[in-house]
Structures are given as structure tokens and as C-alpha cells.
Design a binder for this molecule. Structure first.
Ligand SMILES: NCc1[nH]cc(CCC(=O)O)c1CC(=O)O
Length: 309
């Protein structure tokens, strides 16, 4: 049988889906790629915080799963909302790529310490982290797929661009990387660097098991569970500057660093906790989020929401 893979049609999404197709082909499946446009691809003149964060990059792919027009949807895990509808299922998470953010510039001597620099980013998390750790920099909107953002950089709309290393690597833009931002300060967004595979809950159970065996990376899956539980309890979506990064030690301990930052970078609540085994990953995410909310995160969320209303 032929496994049909629904995907966004951006170059990064197509790269990721071809990667998935390659793994499936090696395992003896035939594949067909079904590219489509999502709201997030069509509406490019507004920031994601304004379009609304629910499923802007996923909904059209999910409709294709529901209609049975495709078997699997391939997403950047970061773009997947924290609650999946009951008729759908997150089947697998591919092995995570290097997870940090990077700074790209055409200027080989670019310095983050220079006064007055302008950095392109549309992520509320990155804007807030930059305000906190690089108050000398200001930010400018950089919506659009990676090629569009690179073009804006080339046109001089900003001095440098802040992006996830994962996408930069997959698109072959490493030669423009001037900084690898440390994950202790620039803690990434939930799911950054991993590819999520979604299917209809009604997909044949035996087929699900076989597909999962090919695609799922258990260590990544454990980390993503902890991060997604954090996001779920945070009720934030991508319009809220929350961050969460889980790591799994060789002894099977899960460590989660999660937190929340105010839009101006002034208020900062972070929490690091561990679970003794992967079985505790989801609970760990919930605990860390509850601790962050209790220690000042609730006020940060309230002030962001009242500012928007
Ligand atoms: N929201 C856009 C998005 N979704 C996934 C990636 C990069 C790839 C990844 O993190 O897996 C990006 C671009 C970016 O943040 O620079």
C-alpha cells in the first residue's frame, strides 16, 4: 500500500516530509507526498500572535487526515498545538535535531554587542529573550517561510535574523550562522527541532504500530511529552513567550527547564525539575508549569492577555 503524507508546501516542510518518506521507503513502504497550504502560509502580513495560535500551520493537514485523503501529517513539532482533537493522534516524534536558536547575518563581523542593532524575528519568545539578554538590540517582524525571511535579511530590513538551528541546517544556511545562542538563556519553544507525525485515531491499529516502529524516536518522544504537558498546562500556544526544553540522561532521568517571560523581558520565571524515569515525563511537564504559574507566571500571563484585549 502507498502511505500518503500530508505536508505544508514550504521548502522546509517539504524537506522534512521527504526525510520521512525516505525512512518509510527504506522500511519497504511506498509513499506519496500531498503538499497543501495552511492559513499560516497564506496570511503573511500579520504576526502569528494576531492570527491566533490555534492550528494555523496544522488544521488543513488535519482535515486531510479526517477525510482519509492522507494517512500521516508531517509537522514541525513546534507548530503542533498542545491539545490534539480526540479523533486524531500524535503517533511519532522523529529524532530531535540540535535544538538551539542561532543568529544569521551576511556580515561576517556581525556582533550582538553592537549598539542599535536590529534583529529580525516574529516569535514573541525570542523578542522577549532578546530584550532581556540583549537590551541594546531592537527587533523587527520577520514573518514568512525561511526563504522569505532570508530575502528580508538580504534586503537589509534587519542586521541579523534569529532562527531555529534545525530549519537553518535543513535548508543549508549554516554558512550564515554567526552565533549559536545558549539554550540556558534562549530556552527553545516546546518541540523545537523535532518532526511530529500525526494520524487519524481510526487508522488501522496494526499499520499504526508498524509506522511508529519506523518513525518514532523514544528518547525524543519522552522529552516531547514533558514539554507538551508543560505547554498544555500553560494554555499558552505560540503567542505566549513560554519556553520548555527537556533532556533525557543515559540513566533515564528526564530534566525539564521551563518558564515564562514577560513581553518586555523584565519579568522572568524559570523552573528546572527532574523525573526519575520516562514514565514520569507528562507529570513532570505539568508540575513544572504549575510551579512557574504559582511563582509569578500567572501574573505574566494576565498582563499579556490584558494588554492584548
Ligand atoms: N514556527 C516556524 C518554525 N517551525 C519550525 C521551525 C524550525 C524547525 C524546527 O524547529 O523544528 C520554524 C522556523 C524557526 O523557528 O526558525
Amino acid at each position: 500500500m502507498t502511505i500518503r503524507l500530508a505536508t505544508r508546501s514550504s521548502r522546509l516542510a517539504m524537506w522534512q516530509t521527504e526525510h520521512v518518506a525516505g525512512l518509510l521507503t527504506q522500511a519497504g513502504f511506498a509513499t506519496e507526498i500531498v503538499p497543501m497550504q495552511t492559513t499560516g502560509d497564506i496570511v503573511q502580513d500579520r504576526s502569528l500572535a494576531k492570527i491566533g495560535s490555534k492550528g494555523v500551520f496544522t488544521e488543513e493537514l488535519e482535515q486531510s487526515l479526517r477525510r482519509g485523503e492522507s494517512h500521516l501529517a508531517v509537522h514541525s513539532a513546534k507548530d503542533v498545538q498542545s491539545s490534539i482533537p480526540a479523533d486524531l493522534e500524535l503517533l511519532a516524534f522523529l529524532e530531535r535535531e540540535q535544538v538551539n536558536d542561532v543568529v544569521l547575518s551576511f556580515d561576517e563581523d556581525f556582533s550582538l554587542d553592537r549598539p542599535g542593532i536590529v534583529l529580525g524575528t516574529s516569535s514573541t519568545r525570542r523578542k522577549a529573550q532578546l530584550r532581556r539578554f540583549y537590551p541594546n538590540a531592537s527587533t523587527a517582524e520577520a514573518r514568512g517561510n525561511l526563504q522569505t525571511r532570508l530575502r528580508k535579511l538580504e534586503e537589509g530590513q534587519f542586521d541579523a535574523l534569529v532562527l531555529a538551528y534545525a530549519g537553518v541546517h535543513r535548508m543549508g544556511y549554516e554558512h550564515l550562522v554567526r552565533y549559536e545562542l545558549p539554550t540556558g538563556q534562549f530556552v527553545p519553544a516546546t518541540g523545537q527541532g523535532s518532526i511530529a507525525i500525526e494520524c487519524a485515531a481510526s487508522l488501522d491499529a496494526d499499520l499504526k504500530t508498524r509506522l511508529k516502529a519506523v518513525l518514532d524516536h523514544p528518547a525524543t518522544h519522552t522529552c516531547l511529552l514533558a514539554e507538551r504537558a508543560f505547554l498544555h498546562t500553560m494554555e499558552g500556544g505560540c503567542s505566549i513567550p513560554s519556553f520548555a526544553l527537556a533532556t533525557l540522561s543515559e540513566r533515564g532521568q528526564v530534566r525539564l527547564h521551563g518558564g515564562l517571560i514577560s513581553l518586555d523581558g523584565e519579568e522572568y520565571v524559570e523552573e528546572i525539575q527532574t523525573a526519575d524515569s520516562p514514565a514520569g515525563a507528562w507529570q513532570l511537564g505539568t508540575r513544572v508549569a504549575e510551579a512557574v504559574l504559582a511563582r509569578g507566571g500567572r501574573q505574566i500571563l494576565d498582563s499579556i492577555r490584558s494588554g492584548r484585549a
